[in-house]
Design a protein around this ligand. Structure first.
Ligand code: GDP
Ligand code: MG
Length: 372
């Protein structure tokens, strides 16, 4: 595991810290008992001591949100919440166009006025059902969000261009999507094109264990066109059906827990984090902590850039008020008091500094030899 100091490792395997230090010394590493062990070192030590060690994914432990056991969660205030839908797929297959089209139909419906800025996430309403969409900047960001324990995505839309078929990033998206465990809907885009070939796409996808329902498989394939809008209604209906099956619920009265999907410094505003609220309600004035930084919510902007007092379940928007820019995928969590928020952030910052220091003070025998 990450965050494992030499003495902690020693305790875990029933040896003394001195023994482990000696072993590492033999292997050419100088450490003190308070140094953190890297995964490589742990692996080597495992071999040396002839013990089986499972190392959790390095990023998994960066999950700062407390994981509660199912039965420890108080569900009295649970209400159903909108699904969060992530769009994935090969570059140029039309992810952003599809999102733009879905959003513009909302604008056309008169709900919003002139959206100009690029918004990577937003909520639309379809026959009384809200759906929050997220445009993945890349599957890597998606994976990092997942790995950090913030499985923000409820449903995945895999976009495949009907004239291009399965491509390398399609395959990677399939892998990431399957690993996430979220249900997948395939949107076969660009069906307006003359060269569009639905069967070619289906065959290509079937080769990767993504067999279409009409071929006896269990994956829904929906032909769409981000250009003409064809098929988008059907896609939205499918999303709603899927989300009803998932019975998504959360507690709007809880202290907010959100996931950072994007964050940057903005002149005059400071750190601005785009978040999706997973539980509770995020309010102006909340004491928040995200990653190693903390602050107080000074302003909230909704998915149309409008100042709002709060963001509810599965809502997305921007948070102004953090002291620094948190990493993508980290959890932004409201705390009861400013001091608690500060305490958590400071502890984490110290911890990560200690880890960096321990990494830089480890001297190899070769380096020592050079010093003597
Ligand atoms: P992304 O990289 O997946 O986000 O793809 P984009 O949305 O940027 O689209 C890539 C290109 O395909 C752009 O030139 C779009 O205009 C075009 N495109 C996207 N969707 C469609 C569609 O449904 N039909 C046609 N004909 N072109 C499309
Ligand atoms: Mg794009």
């Amino acid at each position: 595991p990450e965050d494992c100091r030499v003495y902690e490792f020693a305790e875990k395997i029933g040896k003394t810290a001195g023994d482990v230090i000696g072993k590492l010394f033999m292997l050419g590493m100088m450490v003190t008992k308070n140094d953190f062990l890297g995964n490589d070192e742990i692996e080597i030590l495992g071999e040396e001591y002839n013990i089986e060690i499972t190392i959790k994914d390095e990023l998994e432990d960066v999950n700062y949100v407390e994981d509660y056991a199912e039965d420890e969660i108080d569900k009295t205030n649970y209400v159903s919440r909108p699904p969060v839908v992530t769009i994935m797929g090969h570059v140029d297959h039309g992810k952003t166009s599809l999102l733009d089209k879905i959003r513009s139909s909302r604008v056309a419906a008169g709900e919003a006025g002139g959206i100009t800025q690029h918004i990577s996430a937003y909520t639309v309403n379809k026959n009384g059902n809200d759906i929050t969409f997220v445009d993945t900047p890349g599957h890597e960001a998606f994976t990092s969000m997942r790995v950090r324990g913030a499985s923000v995505t409820d449903i995945i839309i895999l976009v495949v261009a009907a004239d291009d078929g399965v491509k390398p990033q399609t395959i990677e998206s399939i892998k990431a999507a399957k690993a996430s465990g979220a249900p997948i809907i395939v949107a076969v885009n660009k069906i307006d094109k003359e060269t569009a070939n639905m069967d070619m796409v289906k065959a290509g996808m079937a080769e990767h264990e993504m067999s279409p329902v009409d071929w006896g498989g269990d994956v829904e394939f929906i032909g769409v066109s981000a250009l003409t809008g064809e098929g988008i209604e059907e896609l939205l209906e499918n999303i709603i059906i899927q989300s009803e099956l998932l019975e998504l619920e959360a507690d709007p009265t809880a202290l907010a827990k959100a996931t950072v999907i994007e964050a940057l410094q903005v002149k005059g505003k400071g750190a601005v984090a785009t978040v999706i609220v997973q539980n509770g309600t995020l309010k102006v004035g909340d004491n928040i902590v995200a990653d190693t930084t903390f602050g107080r919510v000074k302003a909230l902007l909704d998915d149309q850039g409008k100042a709002v007092k709060e963001l509810g379940l599965s809502r997305t928007g921007q948070v102004v008020g953090l002291g620094d820019v948190p990493i993508t995928g980290s959890a932004l969590v409201a705390q009861k008091s400013a001091s608690e928020a500060k305490e958590i952030a400071t502890t984490r910052a110290e911890h990560s500094r200690a880890k960096e220091l321990s990494a830089s003070t480890k001297v190899s025998l070769d380096e020592m030899a050079a010093l003597i």
